[in-house]
Design a protein around this ligand. Structure first.
Ligand code: WTA
Length: 632
């Protein structure tokens, strides 16, 4: 489904056409899919409200395109291969026929407990095939899935469940991660104690079978529910603009927001971008190491690959268990052809030594992908040399939860690659760089704020329950443009390098986090008066979390720091734990009382020579104290 570009000439020709007549271009791509009723219009948009609609009037079901359509030719081809936490555990694989049957059973099970089109179902699950099955089952019946990364805390889960007003939570009993076995159902129970009043049922998949608390009123055993279901479920006929899913992500202010994606456009673009960026060929085995709790897992473990009829791998565990060779052992074992991971993982494995990849046969690898954060040159070269052996092009893919699919990326073997550059836009994507006033920065060798000036099919439609927020965050700063929140530069050849966020969002190990969220969590500690969080360069994580904390009535010792970390774990989860904490008697503020984060960032980054003018501060003296007590 959808075309696959095969040469630089084709890329240029496609790009040109997609810009000159986007509607015609996407109409051609969308025609490859199965529609119950064809769409009447390709796109209707205005970025002021904003209102964006694709394939208007079209009726389809994404699971028919992911699964049923392939049954005629691929019923016995593997759709999903699952590699368990430990290497000696059995590999589970599902053919397209088996996936069809499991998804239908699960869809029927959800119907049996009363889930209907439009209802929200939250997933809080580890990386097991049942997560993919459950997500697709929702799509089958038109329920809106919202997957919450299983590393989030009970509080964070409860916030998301409440915001989505979910009727059902689907979880596992435990989560096998490396040598740890992490409670999952317990976290759901805790979230239910906090709030989650909309939830009627909790479906529990017994991943380990270990003992858990059970509430007969709400809890349903996954296996019991599935056992009695028929493997056939008529797909719900969905409008192109019906909701497919909500995925929560962090912004620069307040609570995480629910990014909304709809059926038709997301379907067309994830398939299209998957086929082109990874140059997937029949029979290839594709592996993306992301977690389905993030957008990368949604678009490039589940939907994109399945729409393209690919064999997609899922891995339950961590990169370093039982040792730092595990990723490469898996690549060898399954003869992986396309491998897609995050710079953080590459840096962590690089730090373990070059001998690890050397132990395995990585000759099957044809394309290497990177996603989630800027990849530094050193990691890029290591990836190229030790993993790809100089023969597998690296696709540094830039995109966001909001964009739904990959926006900037080399096409492997087609366009050139350059370390740290996500390089060229995919056809249909019109990136621009602007200055703070929104003036276009044209030509090459310029830097600016990255915006997109024309809609693309898989773009964000709204933020769930709060359309104003969608408007103010992405569409208000610059007229008639989608603002990404990233800064970027264009080189002399027109390649784009995304430098990083220009707002108060930090990227820790590829996990996107709002500094305000972390501050709110820290401030929950009764002895904390105020805090300010900034990012600083971290060798492995890309960015680390540096917290400046004003306290009262408390000894400033390690124990206090541990307590602060504990509240952050409780409010958000371990991924938001500060790497460095500095106690301070004050924070640099402007005369209007705003924290001058620029100064804090410079201190955290050890760039004291670049503090700039501090004389306009309300309390310039504090800077000296902050520098003196800097946490190294
Ligand atoms: C950053 C992840 C540089 C960027 C798919 C973006 C990147 C944010 C890259 C979105 C890349 C993602 N190079 N930076 N290749 N990919 N980013 O929503 O700052 O979790 O705005 O989506 O990650 O993170 P999100």
């Amino acid at each position: 489904m959808t075309t696959q570009i095969k040469s630089i000439e084709e890329y240029k020709e496609h790009y040109q056409r997609s810009i000159e007549n986007p509607e015609k271009y996407w109409e051609e791509q969308a025609r490859h899919f199965y529609w119950y009723e064809p769409f009447e219009r390709v796109c209707e948009w205005n970025f002021t409200e904003p209102s964006v609609k694709w394939f208007l009037g079209g009726k389809t079901n994404i699971t028919v395109n992911c699964i049923d359509r392939h049954l005629a030719t691929k019923a016995n081809q593997k759709a999903i291969i699952w590699e368990a936490n430990m290497p000696d555990e059995e590999v589970v694989s599902l053919t397209y026929q088996e996936l069809h049957d499991e998804v239908c059973k699960c869809a029927n099970g959800l119907k049996e407990i009363g889930v209907q089109k439009g209802d929200r179902v939250v997933f809080y699950m580890p990386m097991v095939p049942e997560l993919a099955i459950g997500v697709l089952a929702c799509a089958r019946i038109g329920a809106v899935h919202s997957v919450v990364f299983a590393g989030f805390s009970a509080q964070a889960l409860a916030d998301r469940v409440d915001d989505a007003q979910a009727n059902v939570i689907i979880c596992s009993d435990f989560n096998n991660r490396g040598m740890k076995c992490i409670p999952v159902k317990q976290v759901v129970d805790d979230a239910m104690d906090i709030s989650c009043n909309s939830v009627k049922n909790v479906i529990v998949y017994r991943n380990t079978g270990e003992e858990i608390n059970w509430s007969d009123d709400t809890d349903i055993d996954w296996a019991d529910l599935m056992e009695k279901q028929e493997p056939i479920c008529e797909p719900e006929i969905m409008d192109s603009e019906d909701l497919l899913f909500i995925l929560y992500t962090s912004g620069s202010t307040g609570k995480p927001k629910g990014v909304v994606h709809t059926v038709g456009g997301y379907m067309v673009y994830t398939c299209y971008s998957f086929k082109n960026v990874f140059q997937y060929k029949e029979g290839d085995v594709y592996w993306c190491t992301a977690d389905i709790g993030w957008i990368t897992g949604h678009s490039y473990i589940v939907y994109g690959p399945l729409l393209a009829g690919a064999t997609t791998m899922m891995y339950e565990g961590v990169p370093t268990c039982p040792d730092a060779g595990r990723f490469w052992a898996i690549c060898e074992k399954h003869r992986v052809n396309q491998f897609y991971t995050a710079p953080t993982a590459i840096r962590a494995l690089m730090a373990q030594g070059n001998e690890w990849p050397g132990k395995y046969d990585l000759s099957s690898l044809k394309v290497l992908g990177s996603v989630g954060e800027p990849i530094n040159e050193e990691a890029w070269h290591w990836y190229d040399q030790y993993i790809g052996k100089g023969k597998a092009p690296i696709v540094d893919t830039w995109w966001q939860t909001e964009t739904g699919g990959i926006m900037l990326s080399p096409l492997p073997g087609i366009t050139d690659t350059k370390p740290t550059y996500a390089s060229y836009p995919l056809p249909g994507i019109q990136p621009v760089l602007v200055d703070n006033e929104g003036n276009l920065k044209e030509g090459n060798n310029v830097e600016g704020l990255l915006c997109i000036k024309h809609p693309w099919p898989s773009m964000i439609r709204t933020t769930y329950g709060d359309h104003e927020r969608c408007k103010s965050v992405y569409f208000s700063l610059f007229k008639n443009m989608y603002f990404t929140g990233d800064g970027a530069r264009r080189d002399d050849q027109g390649r784009i390098r995304v430098i990083g966020r220009v707002d108060d969002v930090i990227n820790v190990s590829g996990h996107r986090m709002g500094t305000a969220e972390v501050e709110n969590a820290i401030n929950e500690h009764p002895n904390v008066i105020e805090s300010a969080v900034v990012g600083y360069p971290h060798d492995i994580k890309g960015q680390g979390i540096y917290a400046f904390v004003i306290t009262q009535d408390k000894e400033l010792d390690l124990e206090f720091k541990d307590e602060i970390c504990a509240v952050v774990r409780k409010e958000i989860g371990p991924i938001a734990k500060p790497d460095k904490i500095q106690f301070t008697s004050g924070l640099p503020k402007t005369r209007s009382g705003k924290i001058m984060r620029r100064i804090l960032r410079k201190i955290a980054c050890n760039e004291m020579d670049q503090l700039g003018d501090i004389s306009t501060l309300l309390n310039p003296d504090i800077v000296k104290e902050l520098i003196q007590n800097r946490n190294k």
